[in-house]
Design a protein around this ligand. Structure first.
Ligand SMILES: Cc1ncc(COP(=O)(O)O)c(C=O)c1O
Length: 494
């Protein structure tokens, strides 16, 4: 029994019953999607977006001519048009029309301490006064941040700071190939490991393979395979087959499940993957870009007691400041990274970047993590995630909806339509057109639900995911639940 919970600094109070969750997912996607009533959607569009957001709308109309899709950030496009935000503090946001929101997007999960926390801001300002954001030279803060992380992550003896999670994931698979001399990388279907060519394989839903990987030549995927989440036998089959086609350099997983736990993993799945990696001589990579500090300050690897060979970090590692990425791991592997003095002789993996390990990101990350530790911030954000989830479950029962709410501490999931809960099974190709149509319909339902949340003052990750942070309070969560109630009241009956 896992005794790690919020009483001793972990973000998760109790690991979910994964089998039960999948039963609920099945029920959700096998019953007709429950969308907002059309008249409610029209009311939100006319009364809120048209009347209360004119400045955002005007800015959007200007941006359309110069910016592909009108916004630079993938998470910024919201139906019916993106709102432009000018202020962020603690748990809140304000748009340029002066409307205020509860912020459950939290910089895509990167602001775990709170939005723009004062103790970090002061240190950052002092640093900027002294040396500005970048020198491309050695700075004390990169050492301080490295020491903090290495003391807490069981799988990290050495660490290399990089510009983003995407870069760190690219570095991880390159290093794994150098260390093992093997070729293949196995990932989980639906897993997101950034947008590099190779790791774009099988994103979003399991079975997708190289569909939707436009602009990437198919031979890029020659040495990438996907296993279905929780299906340890499918993973072993791939590892066995790979012995005759160049071997497996690494298996890469998000330890709580693909797409930030949207496809939750069984509690013992990471351990089983560890065993398989040992048996087949592959490195195990944990992509902890999201789970890294939200599960606990020693990552999901500390929580599960499963030690990966390499770890990818991002987001919280820079406290919400730019250039958030790092690759850590066991000393014998990390010494194969090129750069610096000394290290192992022989083949090396090259990584780098102009803004990697800049003093600004390193200082912001260091003080963010220190403050989180001082204030028990991880457990606090987790408790507030629990409160939000419990409240959502009560609303789901109150309105007899098929929706599913669950959380892993401060990472909260609300599936109202479930477009990402489908699988693609090419062996049953005749089902594909119908499935794809249904998937897009459900995506549309979810996006419109996100618009209703926004109009009620709730910023979410695409209408289906939420992050809490240590600056939330019980009052803020309860206020959010009243707003969710107003949306759920407007859902269509069957
Ligand atoms: C698990 C995971 N890995 C990698 C990345 C990519 O990180 P970045 O956006 O910093 O490139 C993300 C981004 O959301 C992620 O969630």
């Amino acid at each position: 029994m896992n005794q790690k919970n919020q009483t001793n600094g972990y973000g998760i109070s109790e690991y979910h019953d994964t089998a039960k969750l999948y039963e609920k997912f099945d029920r959700l996607i096998n019953t007709p999607a429950r969308a907002l009533r059309p008249e409610a959607l029209t009311r939100y569009l006319e009364e809120y977006f048209d009347k209360k957001c004119p400045k955002s709308k005007a800015l959007y109309n200007r941006a359309k001519a110069y910016i592909p899709g009108a916004v630079q950030h993938n998470q910024a496009f919201n139906y019916p048009f993106p709102l432009a935000f000018s202020r962020a503090w603690e748990a809140f946001l304000e748009d340029i029309d002066g409307n205020q929101y509860i912020d459950f997007l939290q910089g895509g999960g990167s602001t775990l301490l709170g939005s723009n926390p004062k103790p970090v801001l002061e240190k950052v300002k002092a640093l900027l006064d002294e040396c500005g954001p970048v020198t491309c030279l050695f700075h004390e803060y990169e050492v301080k941040l490295a020491e903090f992380i290495i003391e807490r992550f069981p799988g990290i003896d050495m660490i290399r700071l990089l510009g983003s999670g995407t870069e760190a994931d690219m570095g991880a698979i390159r290093l794994a190939r150098v260390v093992t001399g093997k070729k293949n990388i196995v990932k989980l279907g639906a897993g997101f490991h950034g947008w590099s060519d190779q790791l774009s394989y099988a994103q979003r839903v399991p079975g997708l393979g190289r569909m939707e990987c436009h602009g990437i030549p198919r031979n890029i995927f020659k040495y990438i395979q996907e296993a279905f989440p929780n299906d340890i036998r499918s993973m072993e089959r791939i590892l066995k087959r790979n012995r005759f086609r160049g071997g497996t350099a690494a298996v890469i997983i998000e330890p709580l499940g693909p797409e930030s736990g949207t496809r939750p993993l069984d509690y013992d799945y990471p351990r089983k993957v560890r065993e398989l990696c040992d048996r087949y001589g592959a490195l195990l990579i944990f992509d902890e870009v999201v789970t890294g500090f939200r599960t606990c300050l020693g990552g999901a690897q500390d929580y599960f007691g499963v030690i990966p060979d390499l770890t990818v970090l991002g987001k919280v590692i820079a406290g919400g400041y730019p250039a958030a990425g790092a690759l850590g791991g066991k000393r014998e592997h990390m010494e194969r990274l090129a750069g610096g003095l000394g290290g192992k002789k022989g083949k090396k993996a090259h990584v780098g970047g102009t803004l990697a390990a800049n003093p600004l990101s390193a200082a912001a990350g260091y003080y963010t993590l220190k403050e989180l530790e001082k204030n028990d911030g991880v457990a606090r954000a987790g408790r507030l995630g629990d409160r939000l989830t419990l409240g959502l479950k009560q609303l789901i029962s109150k309105y007899r909806l098929p929706y599913v709410a669950y959380n892993q501490g401060s990472m909260v999931h609300l599936e109202t339509a479930g477009p990402v809960l489908f699988d693609i099974n090419l062996k049953r190709f005749w089902e594909l057109p119908k499935k794809v149509k249904e998937l897009y319909h459900r995506k549309d339902v979810m996006v419109k639900m996100g618009a209703a949340f926004m109009a009620e003052g709730l910023v979410t990750v695409g209408g289906s995911r939420m992050f809490t942070n240590a600056a939330f309070t019980e009052e803020i969560i309860d206020d959010a639940l009243v707003r969710f109630d107003r949306v759920f009241r407007n859902v269509q009956n069957v």
